[in-house]
Write a protein that binds this ligand. Structure first.
Ligand SMILES: [Zn+2]
Length: 102
């Protein structure tokens, strides 16, 4: 299995931060971001990203296009930012006995 396939396999099991992926795969976090970019391209939109959010004021970085959490909140300047979460979007499911939890 290639690293990217392993990352996709990880993402299919739940929501992961880049830090979690780096620990699970034993690769540096900055490589995770590299792989995620390629994964996003090869999955053609099936990579789900929960936007990073400020833990102090709740501001959500929905317009941010990179995978990295920003270092501080533009509104309240807090540095407590929740890391973005990566997961696989449910694709056309043949088995509807387990509907996706949204
Ligand atoms: Zn804030």
């Amino acid at each position: 299995m290639t690293i990217r396939k392993e990352i996709i396999a990880l993402l299919s099991t739940g929501e992961w931060t880049a830090k979690d992926i780096s620990q699970a795969m034993h690769i540096p976090e900055k490589e995770v971001y590299n792989h995620l970019e390629h994964v996003q391209r090869s999955l053609k939109g099936a990579l789900g990203i929960k936007a990073p959010a400020c833990l102090s004021c709740g501001f959500t970085f929905t317009k941010r296009r990179t995978f990295r959490a920003p270092s501080r909140c533009p509104l309240c300047k807090s540095e407590h930012i929740k890391d973005p979460l990566f997961f696989l979007l449910q694709q056309k499911r043949k088995d509807m006995s387990h509907p996706p939890l949204l």
